[in-house]
Design a binder for this molecule. Structure first.
Ligand SMILES: *Cc1c(COP(=O)(O)O)cnc(C)c1O
Length: 364
């Protein structure tokens, strides 16, 4: 089966050398030298400051909420977020006692629609948690401004936006914090892992304590914390993947462009704002109807290809999030979308076969 994505496996020799070093030092976790090196290299690569590595992208969100004072209070608290995302964006809020309040997406960019945010603000609202979905940029200028005007924290879930720049600068510079996931299936990965980019140094320092149980010295526990540390083996994989990022990106860009050129014009692609440098992390397409999307997915599967219904279902319909509301645009896009396989090793004959299956199914 051709999967929707494949984890990037970097040079084994190089990874072995890093692991030899770990064995020599016998320093496996707790802010080891490889975690420190990866922190510096990622700050340089991404063009950001105040980056904190953590054990996964979900804890990145949860630590960001805590460090910014969004979660952790005894009062009822809400955060405005998008229903069109991976479940972790909303479930991480709910898990930490923050009620997700969904606001619908823009029909073209599939990101949170800023025009709908203000009507959803209540006295309990503490934060806005938008998602740069599939690596597209949210309307960051409008959202940052709403956050300032209403004194709300803004945490961007940037799990898909590794390396994306907007108007010449890292997209991760927007908001009080932006979070990344380095899960094996993501563009850049450390097997499991994640990072938070904070706007302010004080918040980073607070978060640094939180990821290690709130411990600040051999006999001092300063505040409530949890274990969200990245370990040295994760960092070793991250360093190896980072070294090969250029080739990975070039191969994906080629796959991306081939789809764009060959697929029928009746399919809707994600609209991206002027000034966005995209990372080609995903290739989502919206079909004319749910029936058509489901039919294409079934045909692809018969031909050994696993396209996935990302993101389906739209999260307002997920009962455990306790946030039922009508989100017609998200519901509609979610029902008609498929993500097509994209990864560096996808070869041209396989991709041509995927394109052919879709064309046959659409009679073009
Ligand atoms: C992958 C992902 C996460 C969760 O990251 P993990 O590293 O798997 O915990 C959160 N939000 C979005 C949008 C994601 O795609």
């Amino acid at each position: 089966m051709i999967p929707v994505t494949k984890p990037y496996l970097p040079s084994r020799d190089k990874l072995d050398r890093y692991i030899d070093g770990i064995y020599e030092r016998q320093w496996l976790t707790n802010n080891g030298p490889l975690v420190q090196e990866l922190t510096k290299r990622l700050e340089e690569y991404l063009g950001v400051e105040n980056l904190l590595l953590v054990s996964n992208g979900t804890l990145a969100l949860q630590i960001a909420y805590r460090a910014l004072g969004i979660s952790g209070s005894d009062e009822p608290v809400e955060a405005i977020t998008t229903p069109f995302t991976f479940v972790a964006t909303a479930s991480s809020l709910k898990w930490d006692g923050v009620q997700p309040v969904f606001v619908d997406i823009d029909a073209d960019t599939w990101c949170l629609d800023p025009a709908l945010i203000e009507a959803a603000i209540t006295p309990c609202t503490r934060a806005i948690v938008p998602v740069h979905v599939f690596g597209n940029a949210c309307d960051v200028d409008a959202i940052d401004e709403i956050g300032r005007r209403h004194d709300l924290k803004v945490v961007y879930d940037a799990a898909h936006a590794f390396g994306v720049t907007y108007k010449g600068e890292s997209l991760l510079k927007h908001g009080d914090a932006a979070t990344l996931s380095f899960h094996a299936t993501k563009l850049f990965h450390s097997i499991e892992g994640g990072a938070i980019v904070f706007k302010r140094k004080e918040v980073l320092e607070r978060a640094r304590k939180m990821i290690n149980f709130g411990i600040t010295g051999p006999e001092s526990i300063e505040e409530l914390g949890i274990n969200a540390k990245m370990n040295e083996f994760q960092a070793a994989m991250g360093l190896c993947v980072l070294d090969e990022m250029e080739d990975n990106l070039l191969a994906r860009a080629q796959v991306w462009r081939r789809y764009e050129q060959a697929l029928p014009a009746s399919l809707q692609l994600q609209a991206k704002p002027e000034g966005l440098e995209y990372n080609c992390a995903y290739f989502p397409v919206v079909f004319e109807s749910e029936e058509q999307a489901v039919r294409v997915a079934a045909t692809l599967k018969e031909n050994g290809v696993l396209a996935r219904r990302y993101f389906y279902p739209s999260l307002e319909s997920v009962g455990c999030l306790k946030s039922q509301s009508a989100q017609p645009v998200s519901k509609d896009i979610a029902s008609r979308i498929l993500c097509l396989p994209i990864f560096d090793q996808l070869d041209q004959p396989d991709q041509d076969n995927i394109i052919k299956c879709i064309k046959v199914e659409l009679n073009v």
